[in-house]
Design a binder for this molecule. Structure first.
Ligand code: FAD
Length: 434
């Protein structure tokens, strides 16, 4: 096995980005954005285009959080179906909410087009595939609900699912033509380059370590500099640290891991995902997969908590590849890598106002390529003075979890349990097939 452990496929294949310096001076700006992922850079870009003077600070490099490590699946909507969201949001908020989140993929592909971002963007659609008849029923309801709202979502039969994936493992599903794929690190680097061209000052390896009031300004300190500003965007998501401690307690950071194969030979890549859609399935610990532009298969699922060596954790993913695609038995894997996903107790993303002039957007529950990009735009519009009503997205108070320090333990145990249940179900199926 020829693996470049630790290095993601994305960092091995993304176009380079001219580096940014660390902050070593005392700056003034109208807005400081903390976090250089999709949320922060989309916010910075939209604010700068509206004429604001913006500084972005990141503790690491551009895209070193989840934005440069994810599956690059541009997924429309949230975990909840539109009818459920409308019920949750009520008559007034519900439809606005649904419309705002549904616009996420349009925003991603429009930013890519407008700023000429080279990130292998492909609007080929997103497949959600059912592993059993019982998980197919909710997918059929989802199709009906989106179709009722005029969205380009189709129901797939078992045969259509098999043709579009090259595997017999699924009993049917949906094709949502609004979705697609990007090279995620290239996309976030492209957003950074566009923000820089728009006049945003970006500093990497410059962790925000302290935030306090200084007259009418907020003063942010980094290890070697500071920024005084009127407004602040907190865009740290699953990588939130002690900087704004209660924010960290509104989410649980859960590991997700991916592996990638070598390039598939043409005779296989002609039948495996021939139309290049992104896929998620309905296992309790869902699997998500796709091909990259050079026809490598990328397989992702929940990672493991604790001290398990990554090479050992990756074996679960190799097994998933062989289960879904027996024709890939013996294929070599090149990369494995992981990152953290921000889960919220209500499975919804949140836009918080943590203090006057300070907004935060986070909690995409594994659907952040489109939603974080949209959230960045919403945060910008909020700081430019729009009310929640106009945004089509609620502005809610932070609700830090009590006993948060046990949340990782609980999430780790839940993942083990769900993995065991899925394993049992797959074993039963194998026995039945024999
Ligand atoms: C393995 C994996 C696979 C995924 N797959 C998909 C997918 O296929 N499709 C999808 O839609 N979503 C996916 N997601 C989720 C998606 O990647 C995230 O929701 C999205 O990238 C979040 O973007 P963000 O900008 O909010 O956060 P991030 O990109 O995580 O950025 C946060 C940044 O904040 C910085 N930071 C933190 N604290 C400080 C501080 N004190 N000072 C300065 N900087 C700080 C961090 O260094 C980091 O760069 C996946 C996530 C993972 C981990």
């Amino acid at each position: 096995m020829n693996e470049r452990a630790g290095q993601s496929l994305w960092s091995a294949t993304a176009p380079p980005l001219e580096p940014f310096a660390a902050l070593r001076e005392a700056l003034q700006a109208q807005v400081a954005v903390i976090g250089a992922g999709y949320t922060g850079l989309s916010a910075a870009l939209h604010l700068s285009e509206a004429g604001r003077d913006v500084v972005v600070l990141d503790a690491l490099g551009v895209g070193d959080g989840a934005s440069g490590r994810n599956g690059g699946q541009v997924i429309p909507g949230l975990k909840y179906d539109p009818d459920t969201l409308e019920e949750m949001g009520g008559k007034h908020w519900g439809p606005r909410w649904v419309a705002t989140v549904a616009d996420g993929p349009d925003l991603v592909f429009e930013l890519i087009r407008r700023h000429g971002i080279e990130c292998e963007a492909l609007r080929s659609g997103w497949l959600q595939l059912a592993t059993s008849q019982s998980t197919l029923a909710p997918i059929e309801a989802r199709v009906r609900q989106w179709q009722a709202r005029g969205a380009a979502v189709e129901r797939l039969s078992e045969a259509e699912a098999a043709r579009l994936t090259g595997t017999q493992r699924y009993v049917g599903g949906l094709l949502d033509r609004r979705g697609g794929t990007v090279q995620p690190l290239a996309y976030v680097r492209g957003l950074a380059a566009a923000a820089r061209r728009a006049g945003v000052r970006i500093f990497t390896h410059s962790a925000a370590i302290n935030l306090k009031r200084s007259g009418e300004d907020w003063l942010i300190r980094t290890p070697a500099g500071s920024v005084a500003c009127r407004q602040v965007v907190l865009a740290t998501n699953a990588y939130s640290d002690q900087f704004v401690e209660p924010l960290q307690r509104t989410i649980v950071a859960v590991p997700s891991m991916q592996v990638s194969t070598v390039r598939l030979p043409p005779e296989l890549s002609r039948t495996i995902l021939p139309e290049r859609q992104a896929v998620s399935d309905t296992w309790r610990l869902l699997r998500y997969f796709r091909l990259d532009a050079q026809c490598r298969l990328i397989m992702g699922s929940r990672g493991v908590f604790g001290d398990v060596p990554p090479a050992r954790a990756a074996k679960l993913h190799y097994r998933a590849v062989r289960e879904i695609y027996p024709q890939l038995a013996g294929i070599a894997f090149e990369h494995h890598w992981s990152g953290f996903v921000a889960m919220t107790p209500d499975h919804l993303p949140h836009l918080h106002e943590t203090a006057p002039g300070i907004v935060a957007g986070l909690g995409y529950n594994g659907r952040g390529v489109a939603m974080a990009t949209m959230m960045g735009k919403l945060l910008a519009r909020r700081l430019l003075g729009e009310q929640a009503e106009e945004l089509g997205f609620p502005v809610t108070p932070m609700r830090p979890m009590a006993l948060h320090r046990f949340s990782r333990l609980a999430a780790g145990a839940a993942i083990q349990y769900l993995r065991a249940l899925d394993g049992l179900t797959r074993m039963r199926e194998r026995i039945r097939r024999r």
